[in-house]
Every structure is written in C-alpha cells, then in structure tokens.
Design a protein around this ligand. Structure first.
Ligand code: PMP
Length: 352
C-alpha cells in the first residue's frame, strides 16, 4: 500500500462532511434522566425492567471484552446488527451510488451483491480459480478509480476454504481501495484472523460475527475491525442505538462462556470430520470440498432432486448448484451428532 494512502480521499464527501446525530446520552448518562423522552414510568412488565431506557450508543463494555478476546484496541472495533449491517455501512461510506463499483469473487456470500444493488453500486465479478483461490491478476486488472471495495470471504461461503494469505496480502498492497475480509467462519478454521493486522494496513476491514462460532445468530451482533479512522466513520454513520440492550447483555455474557464456545467449536470440527468421512462413502457424491467452516460443500449427482427429496424427509440443506464452480452442489451445515446421523441415513436411502 502506497505510504501516502489517506483514507479521507476514499470517503464519500457527504459522509466526510456529515455532522452525526447527537444522542441525548452523549453528554450525561446518569442522574434523573429527563433528556431522551423515554417512558419515566418504566417498562410494562417485570421481565422488561430497565428496557424503558435506550442502549448506549458506544457499547464501551462490549468493545472492551471484544478487544481483550481478539487482541485489538477498542478504537479498532465497530459493533452492529450482524455483519450485514457493517457490509451495508461500508457501501454507504465508500461508494457513490450510480458511480462507484465493487469487486466480488464468485462463488461467494450473496449479501455483497444484494447490498451493492440496494446502494445502486455496480459489481464486477471476478471468478475464483478452479482451485477456489483468488485470481489476483484478474482482480487487479478489473479495478478502476471507481472501484472502492473488494470483498474477500475467508473461509469462503459456500465453498468452505480459506483464501491464500499471500494473495490477500498482494491485494492489500496493490489495490488502492478498501479490502474487506469477511471472517464470519474464522473460528472454525486453523488459520489466523486478519483482525490484528488492521493497524498495518489502512485499507483493511475485517468482518466477524457472533452468529456462527458463538452460537448467537438470534441476537444479531456483528463486528468490524479496522483502522481508528474507518471505525470512526462507521460509528458516525450508524443509527445511534443500533445495538440494543438485550443484544449487548447477551453478547457480553458470552465472554463468560468462552470455554463452552471453544468446546462447541471443537465438537463441530470433529463432526465435520466424521461427516466428511461418512459422505465420502457414498458413490453419488463425487466431491467434498475442503472446509474450514461449519459446513461442507458436496457435489452430488442430481443435486436439485436430492435437495428436494431431503427436504421432503425433513432434512433441509442448501442447493448451491446455480453458483459458478458449484455445479450440482449442496451446502450442508454440520449439525449435532444426531442430526448428522439422520442426514447420512436419509442420504444413503435417497442415493441407494
Ligand atoms: N458473512 C458470511 C460469509 C456469512 O455466511 C454470513 C451469514 N450467513 C454473514 C456474513 C452474516 O452474518 P451476520 O449474521 O453477522 O449478519
């Protein structure tokens, strides 16, 4: 990356000049709180005690726990409503609608394209190589001054493989725009996170989530790690109270259960191995892609019909056969041992 890289030059001018909404709690958050038009009589039932109050716009306590867990500083962390909120914010901060572009590398997570369409931003799709790595040369050739973001998903959804670290580094060093590394599945992998590198690369944003390894998809808590400057812009643009009281309470509590989270991760990795072995014994399955995530992508004869038959027997997987390089493929989330046994049994019957 060019030493003169100045993030300000990449921010949409309206965002650079934006005066953020000042919430009532910016100045005081204790005392007789008559500043935010909350309901002073309280919540209507006892389980909701305290929820008559708005949440903190800053989430300092939660960021402190995340910082300690990931070994980064609090000012390098954004928290939001799933990583999907962070993805959308990056478009709003960096991409001028109707003018700017992004690059994605299919097959990959579908939300980048959807978020681009919502924000009226064009997408250049640069197909992954046959071995499901980045085609770095083609990506760089496809960039233009209007290319503001490149999304790299690692481990990749739907294929499950980790993207070569050297290729990512090449992009970080040669693309003068933002590289977003989506690490939703990183805790299921044996590869290091890029989160600790955000101060080495001013154009790096790393996305993570509590939806996968933490087992808390229902609370909608996503994280972005980036330079202090980028995090400041994300904080400026987000809705003031984006992370609600219940979400931050449940997210904070999760850090008291890191041992349990790690145990669940180990159990899922063991099941991933067992599932791979069992599936490899089925003749109709011609390929099981290498996976460092909590799912397996498998190529199976007549995938669409297998998908439908599985569903009719109550086992729901994802058909991914319409994605390039995933022809005739199903994506199967690793379940509990009992769920995996049922899947294997049902598949054996369907494919016999
Ligand atoms: N990134 C990837 C690669 C995903 O697969 C998903 C969810 N399927 C997300 C992000 C969304 O995560 P969240 O639940 O935090 O919005």
């Amino acid at each position: 990356m060019d030493k003169t890289f100045d993030i300000k030059n990449y921010i949409r001018p309206n965002i650079r000049d934006l005066k953020p909404y000042r919430s009532a709690r910016d100045d005081f958050d204790t005392g007789i709180l008559l500043d935010a038009n909350e309901n002073s009589m309280g919540a209507p039932y006892s389980e909701a005690h305290g929820l008559n109050r708005y949440p903190s716009p800053y989430q300092k306590e939660l960021k402190a726990r995340i910082a300690e867990w990931r070994g980064v500083q609090e000012h390098n962390i954004f928290v939001g409503v799933g990583s999907d909120e962070a993805i959308d914010l990056l478009f709003r901060i960096f991409c001028e609608p109707g003018k700017d572009r992004i690059i994605t590398t299919p097959p990959t997570y579908g939300m980048y394209k959807v978020s681009a369409a919502i924000n009226d931003v064009a997408v250049n799709e640069v197909l992954m190589t046959e071995d499901l790595n980045l085609d770095v040369e083609a990506i760089l050739e496809n960039t233009s001054p209007q290319t503001k973001l490149i999304f790299v998903c690692s481990p990749n959804n739907p294929t499950g493989n980790v993207i070569d670290q050297k290729d990512i580094q090449k992009l970080l060093e040669n693309f003068s725009g933002i590289i977003v590394i989506d690490e939703a599945y990183i805790d299921f992998s044996d590869t290091d996170s890029w989160a600790s590198k955000v101060n080495d690369y001013p154009n790096l944003v790393v996305l993570q989530t509590m939806s996968k390894s933490f087992g808390l998809a229902g609370i909608r808590l996503g994280m972005a790690f980036a330079s202090k400057e980028i995090i400041n812009y994300m904080t400026k643009v987000k809705a003031p109270y984006n992370v609600n009281v219940l979400t931050s309470r449940y997210a904070l509590k999760a850090f008291d259960y890191i041992d349990q989270i790690n145990e669940n991760i180990s159990a899922l990795k063991e099941e991933r191995k067992r599932l791979r072995k069992a599936l490899s014994g089925l003749n109709a399955i011609s390929k099981i892609f290498p996976s460092e995530a909590n799912f397996l992508l498998v190529r199976v004869d007549n995938a669409k019909s297998v998908y439908e038959k599985l569903a009719s027997k109550g086992v729901i997987v994802r058909y991914r056969g319409n994605e390039p390089r995933c022809e005739s493929c199903l994506r199967i989330t690793v379940g509990t041992p009992e769920e995996n046994n049922k899947l294997i049994e049902t598949l054996q019957k369907i494919l016999s």
